[in-house]
Ligand binder design. Sequence first.
Ligand code: PHE
Length: 465
Amino acid sequence: MNNERNNFRTKIGIIFATAGSAVGLGNLWRFPIETGNNGGGAFLMIYLIAIIFIGLPLMIAEFAIGRSTHANIATAYKKLSNNRFWNKIGYIGVFSATIITSYYLVVAGWTVFYLIEALSNGFSIEVTGGLEDAYTDIFSNFIANPFLSVIYTLIFILMTHLIIVKGVQKGIEKSSKIMMPMLFIIIMILAVCSIFTPGAKEGLTFLFKPNFNKITTASLLSAIGQCFYSLSLAMGCLCTYASYFKKDVNLIKTAFNISLIDTLIAILAGVIIFPAVFSVGINPEAGPSLIFITLPHVFQSVFGFSPVLVYIVSILFYVLLILATLTSAISLYEVMTAFISETYNISRNKATIIISITMVLLGSFCALSMGELNWIKICDRNIFDIFDFVSSNILLPITGMLICLFVGWKMDKDLLYKQITNKSRNTKDRHLTFQAILYYCIVFLLRYIIPIAIAIIFIDGLGII
Ligand code: PHE
């Protein structure tokens, strides 16, 4: 069977879909935690530098690979290189996407559970012990319950499946055009609510005022790691989406817009979370339980004077999380869908079914690993943690490094120039245009600076230094 390849129809569709991939739990969950742990405003500044010098060039590199080949990631590298080593990068990408999706879907399932709890007013609790204990109980009972944790993972898989089978234009592009504006409106409403809480001044000072005393080498590495995660770098998503970009799309401008949206949303998440958290006097270094344990508590305490407001804010917050995770999950799914349907020449429908079945198995396994299957441990970590560790600390840095080296050193430079500037390279012309200067800067960063930065995170992530 021959699968007609579709492109994204509009430029705004490209921005929404790709920003949808980037905006996710990384912005709403990981960014506030990292900022909280690393001294607020100072971390924000370093993060912005990492986005500009590492995130943007790598995103442009991935776009160039995808758009120049119009193929899934495994085929893309094969088309660009006949070297047996380099043309394997795509396979690592597909493998990483599979591992990441299986645990991302589990956390995504939690967001659906929390929305349903919020809708049934499950967070307005008569507490006898500490308020936070009651919320800790809701969370731990939920993840330890084999039935519930699997069911919600499956619900999320179904939602993702239904969008992906519809295809690139009618599924991904159309749904992103609806979900991203909704996400933006909700985040603005919540940010405004948060600014009127009593802890607003303290929270915003914490977020924006640089406290350089708290910056250590570890914070630098966290900023780079966060930049990778938040922009969906090195997971194949950007490259796969770019394979649906038309020829006239300006890659530099698109990458810039997406990084800007992603960063703004991360900052707005901080604006929502810190003022509210300070209003209740909780330590902002609350760790990963922040959005599932601390926030329901915070909403209850801060807006407790009006039960309707608590109800609405909680619902809006969890709808926001679902929108953000769903648009990211579809981009991960698309990496696998494009790979399977094009490599094995089967219809998109069949490919999606194969992926969903695989995800049901792997996702349930991950979900159960926090309860029933908690006894399965490798190096003291359960399956969920292993998947997270292997993908974030091993596969992502390795793929990121290989992409930089490949695009910086191996990829045909005329082709790369054409992708980045949308013009042919004229080596005889001595006059450098602004775009040509950008091209040289990107190649320089890809060749030297980013691989060194990645090597350091990699070594640190493995706990060697
Ligand atoms: N960038 C997404 C986020 O910020 C994370 C993500 C991971 C997206 C994997 C796609 C793939 O949450």
